[in-house]
Design a protein around this ligand. Structure first.
Ligand code: CMP
Length: 141
């Protein structure tokens, strides 16, 4: 049985600075992701720490949260069959040095930290991450 799934993606500050927003959204739409909501915003260091709380204590936590609060980001709520896995495939490996040709990170990421795009990694994290950026009434029917 085919079931629609929702996921959250973030176009990160490095990709926004490179004027990659349009290209990344085009790739999402070409790959059949339906955009339920999107917003451009800046998050504080504290908000970045809350969003990435699962990584607290990791050696890269401080620089990751500094980076994610360093400038505008674009958050999108997406829907598609198998959205979580399909988005992660389209994004490519976390470290762009290992990302496959044709992926968003291969095209736009600079390194493992400045890696252009984030995507939820599981259904429970998708629920948390969607509700972090969007209230229920903000999502398209
Ligand atoms: P993202 O998909 O946003 O999820 C967590 C982020 O932490 C990840 O992308 C990377 O940007 C970052 N990250 C993961 N592993 C490392 C690492 N070893 N060194 C630096 N940053 C990392």
């Amino acid at each position: 049985m085919k079931t629609l799934q929702r996921t959250l993606t973030i176009i990160k500050p490095d990709a926004v600075r490179k004027n990659a927003i349009g290209d990344i959204i085009e790739q999402l739409e070409k790959n059949d992701f339906r955009i339920l909501a999107l917003k451009m915003l800046e998050i504080s260091k504290h908000q970045a720490e809350q969003f990435y709380a699962v990584h607290a204590g990791r050696p890269f936590f401080r620089t990751l949260t500094d980076f994610m609060s360093s400038g505008p980001i674009v958050a999108l709520a997406l829907e598609k069959e198998n959205a979580i896995a399909d988005l992660r495939k389209l994004m490519g490996a976390t470290n762009p040095a290992s990302a496959e040709e044709g992926t968003i990170r291969k095209k736009w990421a600079t390194n493992i930290e400045h890696n252009a795009i984030h995507g939820s990694d599981a259904e429970d994290t998708a629920r948390f991450e969607l509700s972090f950026f969007f209230a229920g009434y903000e999502l398209a029917e």
